[in-house]
Design a protein. Structure first.
Length: 410
């Protein structure tokens, strides 16, 4: 497991552990309140049958009614008749918990309470009081709730552990999906640095080698060293071009880059770009065809549109063999404008198609030096198209050549 996935799982399990702990604690609090309220209901049910009795002689409990004794034994409830004025009491259920002095103090404390139901924490009891002369009192130890919660604790702990194990398994699976974009981004960044370093290394080596020759031969005539000066100049230009493209790509990829959007005629921009490429097409003996409407208005950035059209045309002319043809087409419907650039004489291998827009990717390695390409032009074009809210795609076959299509919203 990669460090990114480990950090994802650790953070996820910490967050889930906190949430589950809070949930289990909330359930435990709810159960305590439920036990507490259930105990009150039971105490009321235990005391209710005593309403028809006057206080029996001390030590002689009234006749048991069905159900009451079962309630009392279920939760170990002690029921008592108590006269606050005389201090006399009668225990109506077995009393194995308190001495006579303890019970008198407890009953006196219960009678002095304002609430009919509550807890005497110092005595560790929960009480229910009904009536006044005499008082009908039910007493239960707080240990009942403690025991009930201890009995429920293994279940709650089991649920917590089971949920944590389940979420751990899910987190491990999800980490592969969640960390993949980050790992791919880091891999692309490393590849980007490696490719940029490689493309900068060659012109730098040329510059250093030429300067070394010039330094070692200071007396040579200017004419005889011209080729090394020209080589240095050409290498410096290549470095400048690469750095310029890298800065352009970086600027386009920035999410906070502000674009000036305005009404613009894409047909006019495409026409102008085609005219500018006529000289390159003539030089390569390639026919440049256009199929453009009279007007295609949309709200966009004119500079980005110009660079997109020019980049696609330049790329098509670059790889079209002599005697071939390139077609620039613009179509529109009610919602979309579709700009296509097709070169008929060359195709892209199927295995290279998914990587056409990758940075520094050059499928045709044999033509790298011939065209002086750094593999950033199409990556920049793709980012610009997406920045304008559009999409760019490519298709290629031996019969139809290669077609790049940009779709933009009107």
């Amino acid at each position: 497991m990669s460090p990114y996935r480990k950090r994802f799982v650790q953070f996820n399990m910490l967050l889930i552990g906190i949430i589950l702990t809070v949930m289990v604690a909330a359930v435990a609090i709810y159960m305590v309140n439920d036990y507490y309220n259930s105990l009150r209901v039971t105490m009321e049910q235990v005391v209710a049958p005593l309403q028809g009795f006057s206080q029996p002689p001390k030590g002689e409990p009234p006749e048991e009614k069905p159900g009451r004794d079962g309630f009392a034994r279920e939760k170990n409830i002690l029921t008592v008749f108590y006269s606050p004025e005389s201090g006399e009491y009668s225990v109506l259920s077995p009393n194995n918990s308190y001495t006579e002095a303890e019970l008198r103090r407890l009953l006196s404390a219960i009678v002095s309470q304002k609430e009919d139901f509550g807890t005497l924490r110092q005595s560790g009891v929960i009480y229910y009081r009904s009536g006044s002369a005499p008082c009908r009192i039910a007493i239960a130890s707080t240990d009942y709730i403690t025991r009930s919660m201890l009995n429920s604790a293994p279940v709650l702990l089991g649920i917590w552990l089971g949920a944590m194990l389940l979420f751990f398994a899910v987190s491990v699976k999800l980490s592969a999906l969640a960390a993949r974009p980050m790992e791919e981004a880091m891999q692309r960044e490393k590849q980007f640095i490696a490719d940029a370093s490689h493309d900068l290394k060659t012109p730098l080596s040329v510059i250093l080698a030429n300067n070394a020759i010039l330094s070692e031969n200071p007396e040579m005539p200017v004419g005889s060293v011209r080729r090394w000066v020209d080589g240095t100049q050409e290498a410096a230009k290549r470095m400048q071009q690469l750095i310029s493209q890298m800065l352009t790509l970086s600027d386009v990829e920035r999410p906070d880059t502000a674009l000036s959007m305005q009404p613009v005629d894409l047909a006019a921009i495409a026409t102008k770009a085609a005219l500018e490429m006529e000289s390159l097409a003539y030089e390569k003996r390639v026919t440049l065809e256009t199929a453009l409407p009279g007007e295609c208005m949309l709200r966009s950035n004119p500079d980005y549109l110009r660079r997109i059209v020019s980049s696609l045309l330049e790329n098509a002319l670059k790889y079209e063999p002599a005697g071939g043809r390139v077609r620039l087409t613009l179509m529109r419907d009610k919602r979309r404008a579709r700009l296509s650039v097709q070169n008929f004489g060359s195709s892209i291998p199927e295995e290279d198609l998914p990587h056409v827009f990758d940075r520094f990717y050059r499928g045709d390695k044999s033509r790298k030096n011939e065209y002086g390409s750094f593999g950033l032009g199409l990556a920049i074009t793709k980012e610009m198209a997406e920045k304008l809210g559009g999409e760019i795609s490519v298709s290629s076959s031996a019969e139809d050549g290669t077609v790049f299509q940009v779709t933009l919203r009107l």
